[in-house]
Design a protein. Structure first.
Length: 209
């Protein structure tokens, strides 16, 4: 995980009105906290922040240089609010981290390959909680499901972890389940049963009348 340097401005306006004005100025309202420090309200350049998240993912570590402050601060996004319609960032919570410190993060998991024929793969979780050094956070994991038969499971213990990264969940935590897919005959049978049930309901209703 690469470190992204970004400049920030102190934020003095609060509330919905202040946040709207901040966003209109091309900035994202944010709060920086952690390690016993008093929360600091800042504004991040929206375009630069969005580009960093798009490139490095939600576990991007930022080196934040706040105007007027001495020294930069390392921080990790803890919570991000987005506007799903405008596809913009509304607010960001950033937690302070230190070099060498281990933190817990949720890392995206991607299933690769194809399970055996006539199976259905059901995702139980698209992320995996792990603990890793703040400056070496994994951006994503890939797990092969190639050839897996019905009844198989993909668990946290199946995920290949890089050196220095540990699971924050039990190894038997289920990420995906491979089940038997319904055949065309079974699907037709279900449809027929549904039709018979509906006819039965209509007949019962007619009898009651």
């Amino acid at each position: 995980m690469s470190e992204v340097k970004i400049s920030a401005e102190p934020r003095t306006e609060f509330g919905k009105g202040g946040a709207r004005r901040t966003r209109r100025a091309g900035l994202v309202p944010a709060v920086l906290y952690g390690h016993g420090e008093k929360p600091v309200h800042i504004a991040l350049p929206a375009r630069e922040f969005a580009a960093a998240i798009r490139h490095g993912g939600l576990n991007t570590v930022f080196t934040i240089d706040i105007a007027g402050a001495s020294g930069a601060t390392l921080a990790l996004p803890k919570a991000i609010q987005r506007d799903p319609i405008k596809d913009t960032y509304e607010h960001v919570d950033l937690i302070i981290v230190k070099r060498g410190e281990k933190v817990q993060v949720d890392v995206p998991v991607t299933l690769v390959g194809e399970a055996a024929r006539n199976t259905l793969v059901v995702n139980e979780s698209n992320t995996l909680a792990v603990v890793a050094e703040a400056m070496h956070l994994p951006s994503g994991f890939e797990v092969s499901i190639e050839g897996l038969e019905a009844g198989s499971q993909v668990t946290a213990g199946d995920v290949p972890l890089p050196s220095g990264t540990e699971l924050a969940v039990e190894p038997d935590f289920v990420l995906a389940i491979v089940s038997q897919a319904q055949t065309a005959e079974q699907l037709e049978g279900d449809t027929a049963e549904g039709g018979e049930s509906a006819e039965g309901d209509e007949a019962a209703a007619s009898t009651e009348e």
